[in-house]
Every structure is written in structure tokens, then in C-alpha cells.
Design a protein around this ligand. Structure first.
Ligand SMILES: Cc1ncc(COP(=O)(O)O)c(C=O)c1O
Length: 467
């Protein structure tokens, strides 16, 4: 076992290596190409028999991770919402791991619990709720936060559900009404809750991307055998950045006494910027909201937030008392009786650290720059003769080449693999109104106008290589 002095030198040396890794970010290829066979062969050196010096292992792991991964922290990674972690967030994770407070109960970690409470309440007021009345919990990510929303909705709707489970539903078939463009973690969530896949009613948005209240109302009326327990507005769809009509969906939710949840897993970070806040108007009407700080707010994974206007559904869904827990305090909102997790890491610290060091205004400016880059990408694609296929104020552009001959889907795939294969940038393709489209999203605080232009040049080059 190492003593305090060697721990100190190991931590300092590991931090130094971490800083070196970050320094190489911009100049590294966006995609590391080691094969599974190469990786497995390399890992053969670890037989876990003889001990190894910690720094040797650190060096080896950094090298492996660099050789064999999509560097989603790269400024020309225009993919999903995995921006590089802000340094304050990395430090927050280091502090959390060092102190390792147990956040199951308030009494074991009052300072940690109060830090989390402060951040959750601050987000509550950003949403437009009374800060002191804001309920919620940090989660591992958006899936757990959305799962929490379903359980809270069931707890509110069916008084016997918490005790009797599906037998307590009075023969009703609970359903989640959500856009067909929503994140399909909803399917896993419905299965986990014992409702089954078909409880997720995927409603087609009228114009293809943005769900409105009328379409959900119609679906509910068509399917009288389902009980609409949860209506979800996705504010920032994963594939196209569409923002559902929150106000329209709220009207439907109230009419059917359903729980309205806004899944703003990625775009919810944009609440820190006034322009995005305006685009998310209506979010304050929600019963609960998902926001993932590990997406647009650039803290290390996993960090999600479930925010709500009322604690009582959480108490009903998660409350349990045991002899071996030091307390079960509703007064102090012990996390283990208000959330899915039991033992729990100090997830909120990395967001607290980032907010405390760069501030609301700092975040707002970062987001502002990304909005500008998104508009630049959009206008430059049009200027260079590409077809832009989605409309959103968020920095997410779906587009395709304007072809005179050949199959569009084949062309999109070919361009995607040219760009990704070059190692100079990363983007993905998504289905949009039945066809494939290229998709580029800007959520890295290190992406610059030069990076966007490099992507545009690469796309033009890829288009020239089409057969
Ligand atoms: C809108 C939306 N909801 C939920 C999720 C799931 O979040 P997580 O991957 O953090 O569980 C995502 C992930 O991209 C998302 O975009």
C-alpha cells in the first residue's frame, strides 16, 4: 500500500500526463484505428499476477485510449453531444473521487448534499420555477432521469402502483406518448418499468420533426385502450435538434391529467443562454425536466439531472425504510429515498465547479459561439450547393448533396465514410423523412470557425469523389 507521499507524487504525475493528453487533442486524429484483435493482444500483458507501478499503467491506458477511440473531445468531432470536459469539471471529478462522499443519505455527506441541492435549485429557477420548491436529483445521465420521470408519473397516477405494481393499475394500460423522433431510451425505460415496449406510443410529428399537441391528442383518442400517463416533449431531438411544441403538449397533458415531462437532455444546457432559453419557452409548464450536464454543459460523464416541481411522487416511487440506513429523512431529502440509485457518487460537484468558475455568463458566451458556428455551417453549406434539410435554432445541421444522378442514401454513406476515414473530422448520418442525411452538431467549446471551414472543405472533397 502506498503512503501519503507516494500518493501525492502519483497524483501529480498522473495529472501531468492528463494535461499532456489534453495538449495533444487538437493535433491528434479524430479517430484512433486499433482493431479489437490488437487491443486484446495488448491487454494480454495484464495477467493481474505481478503488481505494476501505477504510472506505467497510467501511461499505457492513455496510449491505448488514444489509439483506439473516436476522440469525441476533438474540436472537429461534430457528432453526438460529447464535448471535451471543462477543466473545472475534471477537477470536480478528482475532488469527488478523492473525498468519495456517500450521497445515499444527507447525514453522511451534508456538504455534498447541499452543494447538489443548490445547483438543482438554481436550475429550477432557470427553468422558471420557484427555486426553493424545486425537487430533483442528479442522475447518471438522461436515461436515468427519463426513467425517473416515468416512475414519478406512475406514482402520481395510480395510488396503488407503489405497493401493488402492475396489479395496482386497476386493469389500465399506462402509455407514454412521445415523438417518433424522441430518444429511444424510452423503450428500455418502459421495459424496465414492466410496461413493455408497446407502452411507448411513438407519434409521428406532422411535418416530420416537431411534435405538436394535436397529433398526440389524436393518437390518444384513437387508442382508448391506453391510459396516457406520461406525455413527453423532446426539447432538442437527438437526430435533428427539433424542439417539440411544449405549450401544445402541456394542454393535452392537462386535459388527460398526464404528467408532462420535457426531455431537454442535450439542449437543456442551452437554458444558460437567453436566445436558447427563448426557444425553449414553455419548459416552465413541465412537471419535470431532464437536463444532462455531461452533454452541452461539458462536464465529464456521467452527469444527468432530473428536475421536478414536486417531491411527493419521488417519495412515493422510491421511499423505503431499513434498519441499516442511518436515517430516512424526508426533511433533508435523503437521496436514496428520492431516486433510483442507493449508494451514490457526488455527481453534482463537477457541474458546481464549472458553474462557480466560468459562471453563467461564461457558459452563455460559449453557447453563443456555438450558435454562430452552427449558423455559419448552415449558410456555407447552402452557399456551396448542399441541401440543408432541418430547421432548428440549435447548432445541429442535417444536410445532403444535391445530386443529379445516383442514389442519395449511397452518396450520404460514401461522404460520411470519406470524412470519418480521413481522421480529420467526425460526423454521422441520420434518417430524415425516410432518407439518409448527414448530421453535424457543434457542442465543443474548442471548435472554431476554422474547424467548421475544414469540415466544409472535407465535405466538398468527399463530394468530388462520388462515383
Ligand atoms: C434527447 C435525449 N434524451 C435522452 C438521451 C439519453 O441520455 P444518456 O445517454 O445520458 O442516458 C439522449 C442522448 O443523447 C438524448 O439526446
Amino acid at each position: 500500500m502506498s503512503g501519503p507521499d507516494s500518493t501525492r507524487s502519483e497524483l501529480l504525475a498522473a495529472a501531468d500526463r492528463a494535461a499532456e493528453f489534453l495538449k495533444r487533442r487538437r493535433t491528434s486524429p479524430v479517430t484512433g484505428k486499433a482493431s479489437a484483435a490488437e487491443l486484446r493482444e495488448h491487454l494480454e500483458i495484464y495477467d493481474f499476477a505481478a503488481p505494476r507501478p501505477v504510472l506505467d499503467v497510467v501511461d499505457d491506458v492513455f496510449e491505448l485510449l488514444e489509439r483506439a477511440a473516436v476522440r469525441s473531445d476533438h474540436p472537429r468531432y461534430f457528432g453526438l453531444f460529447n464535448p471535451p470536459a471543462l477543466p473545472a469539471g475534471i477537477v470536480g471529478d478528482l475532488v469527488a473521487a478523492t473525498v468519495n462522499p456517500q450521497l445515499a443519505v444527507w447525514s453522511h455527506a451534508p456538504a455534498a448534499a447541499e452543494i447538489e441541492r443548490k445547483v438543482l435549485q438554481w436550475f429550477g429557477s432557470l427553468i422558471g420555477w420557484d427555486a426553493a420548491g424545486t425537487a430533483g436529483t442528479f442522475t447518471s445521465g438522461g436515461t436515468e432521469a427519463n426513467h425517473t420521470a416515468l416512475l414519478a408519473a406512475l406514482a402520481r397516477r395510480y395510488p396503488k402502483w407503489a405497493k401493488d405494481g402492475v396489479a395496482g393499475l386497476g386493469g389500465k394500460r399506462p402509455a407514454i406518448y412521445v415523438s417518433s423522433e424522441a430518444h429511444l431510451a424510452w423503450i428500455k425505460i418502459a421495459r424496465n418499468a414492466g410496461l413493455g415496449r408497446d407502452a411507448v406510443r411513438l407519434v409521428q410529428p406532422p411535418g416530420g420533426l416537431r411534435l405538436d399537441g394535436g397529433s398526440v391528442e389524436e393518437a390518444i383518442r384513437r387508442e382508448r385502450h391506453f391510459d396516457p400517463v406520461l406525455i413527453v416533449a423532446t426539447a432538442g431531438t437527438t437526430a435533428h435538434g427539433a424542439i417539440d411544441d411544449i405549450r401544445g403538449l402541456d394542454v393535452v397533458a392537462r386535459r388527460h391529467q398526464a404528467h408532462l415531462h420535457v426531455d431537454a437532455a442535450w439542449a437543456g444546457g442551452g437554458l444558460l443562454n437567453d436566445k436558447v432559453r427563448d426557444e425553449l419557452a414553455g419548459v416552465e409548464l413541465a412537471d419535470s425536466v431532464t437536463i444532462d450536464p455531461h452533454k452541452w454543459l461539458a462536464v465529464p460523464m456521467g452527469a444527468g439531472m432530473y428536475l421536478a416541481r414536486d417531491w411527493s411522487p419521488l417519495e412515493t416511487a422510491f421511499g423505503v425504510s431499513t434498519g441499516y440506513m442511518p436515517s430516512a429523512s424526508v426533511e433533508y431529502r435523503d437521496p436514496y429515498i428520492h431516486s433510483l440509485q442507493w449508494s451514490r457518487r457526488f455527481i453534482g460537484l463537477k457541474l458546481f465547479m464549472a458553474l462557480a468558475t466560468i459562471g453563467h455568463q461564461g457558459y452563455s458566451s460559449i453557447i453563443e459561439e456555438q450558435l454562430v458556428l452552427g449558423r455559419t455551417l448552415r449558410s456555407q453549406l447552402l452557399a456551396r450547393g448542399w441541401r440543408v434539410l432541418n430547421e432548428t435554432p440549435l447548432p445541429l445541421v442535417c444536410f445532403a448533396p444535391a445530386l443529379t444522378k445516383g442514389d442519395e442514401d449511397v452518396a450520404v454513406r460514401a461522404i460520411e465514410s470519406y470524412v470519418v476515414g480521413s481522421g480529420k473530422a467526425w460526423l454521422s448520418s441520420v434518417s430524415l423523412r425516410g432518407k439518409l442525411a448527414l448530421r453535424a452538431c457543434i457542442t465543443s467549446y474548442e471548435s472554431t470557425a476554422q474547424d467548421v471551414h475544414e469540415l466544409l472543405d472535407l465535405l466538398d472533397e468527399a463530394r468530388l469523389h462520388l462515383p
